[in-house]
Design a protein around this ligand. Structure first.
Ligand code: SF4
Ligand code: SF4
Length: 78
């Protein structure tokens, strides 16, 4: 799963955009956007973001992001 931006935490500082080795991130209108087709899931951006606005999308996170699918056996991230 590609990196995901938590919009409300992103300050548009472009740190991730500069660090992404594949150019998958573009800051548009002050918010970073990840091109999932270019993302190699290297997690460099997650480490580069001082705001904690970047995360790797895991199944539990996808559910939190909008999917209402039930059946996850994981109560949360530890
Ligand atoms: S490094 Fe974090 S705060 Fe800065 S533009 Fe990227 S996601 Fe937003
Ligand atoms: S995980 Fe790596 S390739 Fe994907 S957006 Fe972040 S820095 Fe770029």
């Amino acid at each position: 799963m590609p990196a995901k931006v938590i919009d409300k935490l992103c300050t548009g500082c472009r740190s991730c955009e500069r660090h992404c080795p594949t150019g998958a991130i573009t800051v548009t209108a002050g918010v970073a956007r990840v091109d999932a087709a270019l993302c190699t899931e290297c997690e460099t951006c997650v480490e580069s973001c001082m705001q904690g606005a970047l995360t790797m999308v895991a199944r539990a996170d996808q559910r939190a992001a909008g999917s209402t699918e039930a059946g996850s056996t994981e109560a949360g991230n530890s």
